[in-house]
Design a protein around this ligand. Structure first.
Ligand SMILES: NC(=O)c1ccc[n+]([C@@H]2O[C@H](COP(=O)([O-])OP(=O)(O)OC[C@H]3O[C@@H](n4cnc5c(N)ncnc54)[C@H](OP(=O)(O)O)[C@@H]3O)[C@@H](O)[C@H]2O)c1
Length: 410
């Protein structure tokens, strides 16, 4: 049984090989027992043939080509099915999620074949590398594909590090699971690495938690996927009041904040002065606002925040290349990069490993749930539509997801 996990197979082959390898343990298989050795040899040969043919097998993969934001084109190409490195998992993608970077990245990161920028995978484990210990063929999982690398989630099969893969409970649908990996991990990094807030398992000994509980934590962009996950994780860490900033997504934000614990939401559509005044008014009387996560980081968002933040406060931003213009030099600010869980630009792989496993627990126990989603019909054929919607700012409190089996021709 053990070595079947390391054999590369096509889906049908998995079932037949599983049967061949397990037939000897069937209680009524006495005749087969006698010829176990030869049966195993046949099974190995059979599986090698399947392995070989699965390398040749092609799959559909959607690749993004973009010269500029206005010129996004998604083409569906035939690609070989990926094979895992020692610590990789190949996943048969049931549902892929989408993130804003999926249309932004190809403008700067081009190749003759475009790039499959999908990074949120939900599906069944199809193959595992030889050193993988936590997953078996057939497991229901979600995973965060390594950004900019081949074999992303806009395809029938995708590749993920074992460290960035996590089990999903039976009650979690693949659609819900596909909303989680990249965005929820970004939120965890911003709060518990960028801002240095205590993680939920830290007991009641943290001064940072006491400071945050006194002055509150701002989540700017609370209806965004990253912002909403940040709210769920703050709640898990017993940190309130949460001072959320949102617009069209306010009705959704009301469903995830806890007004009984002092949480509140501010409408950014009221303009800069109204937002700054409301931020100041939301800080509990006599306290200092020391923590803010800006999950927007554009259109004046952090310039608004710093007008309410204590000069010695902590600020986590989310967009690369920001100069921090307008942020007082005494503020401890930094950029959150979800790529750090894959070791770039610095290595937070263990942070990622720990938190992805905690996501499984959160889903199981109910303190973590996916973002609201919309299934765009047509599978990979709708990736273009999803990217254009994100580019055009149409997404409000929603993730676009694709059911791969709906792709034309599959
Ligand atoms: N650095 C990293 O590693 C990293 C990782 C993930 C994401 N990101 C970036 O982070 C941003 C958010 O990503 P996401 O996936 O969470 O996006 P998303 O869910 O698609 O964000 C859409 C939401 O943004 C909100 N929003 C837009 N402008 C706002 C403003 N001025 N104030 C408050 N809310 C505003 C909207 O709120 P309303 O509906 O309320 O209007 C909308 O619901 C994107 O720019 C993305 O590229 C960076």
């Amino acid at each position: 049984m053990q070595f079947i996990r390391n054999v590369r197979l096509s889906s049908g082959g998995e079932i037949i090989c599983f049967a061949l390898f397990n037939i000897k343990s069937h209680p009524s298989a006495t005749l087969v027992e006698a010829s176990t050795y030869s049966l195993q040899t046949v099974a190995k040969l059979f599986c090698n043939i399947i392995t070989w043919t699965s390398h040749l097998a092609a799959m559909k993969s959607a690749h993004v080509f973009a010269d500029s934001p206005e010129k996004i084109e998604v083409k569906i190409l035939d690609q070989p099915i990926p094979t895992p490195g020692p610590n990789d998992v190949v996943i048969k993608v049931v549902v892929s999620g989408t993130n804003p970077k999926d249309w932004k990245l190809p403008i700067y990161w081009r190749g003759p074949q475009g790039i499959n920028t999908g990074d949120d995978i939900a599906g069944y484990v199809h193959m595992v590398g030889k050193d993988v210990t936590g997953f078996r063929v057939g497991d229901r999982v979600a995973a965060f594909h390594e950004m900019t690398k081949p074999w992303g989630s806009f395809a029938e099969y995708a590749l993920a590090w074992e460290k960035a893969t996590f089990h999903i409970p039976l009650h979690t649908t693949f659609e819900e699971a596909a909303t989680i990996p990249l965005a929820a991990m970004t939120a965890a990094l911003a709060l518990f690495h960028g801002l240095g807030l205590p993680e939920p398992w830290v007991g009641d000994v943290s001064q940072a938690r006491r400071d945050a509980q006194a002055g509150g934590v701002v989540i700017y962009g609370a209806a965004s996927a990253v912002g909403a996950f940040a709210i769920k994780l703050l709640k898990r860490a017993s940190i309130h009041p949460i001072i959320a900033v949102a617009g069209r997504g306010i009705p959704f934000v009301e469903t995830i904040i806890d007004r009984s614990k002092g949480d509140t939401v501010i409408d950014y559509r009221g303009g800069e002065k109204a937002v700054v005044d409301s931020l100041k008014a939301a800080i509990p009387s006599g306290q200092k606002l020391l923590y803010a996560f800006d999950a927007v980081s554009e259109n004046g968002s952090y310039q608004n925040i710093v007008q309410a933040l204590d000069p010695r406060g902590n600020l986590a931003l989310i967009l690369p290349g920001l100069t921090g213009e307008g942020i007082p030099p005494t503020v401890n600010w930094g950029m959150t990069s979800v790529s750090t869980v894959h070791g770039s630009p610095f290595d937070l792989g263990d942070f990622g490993y720990a938190w992805f496993r905690l996501f499984t627990l959160g889903l199981k126990e109910g303190w973590l749930s996916g973002h609201p989603y919309e299934v765009l019909p047509g599978g990979l054929g709708s990736v273009q539509k999803g990217l254009e919607n994100l580019r055009d700012g149409k997404a409000s409190a929603v993730k676009y997801v694709y059911r791969i089996a709906e792709t034309e021709g599959l």
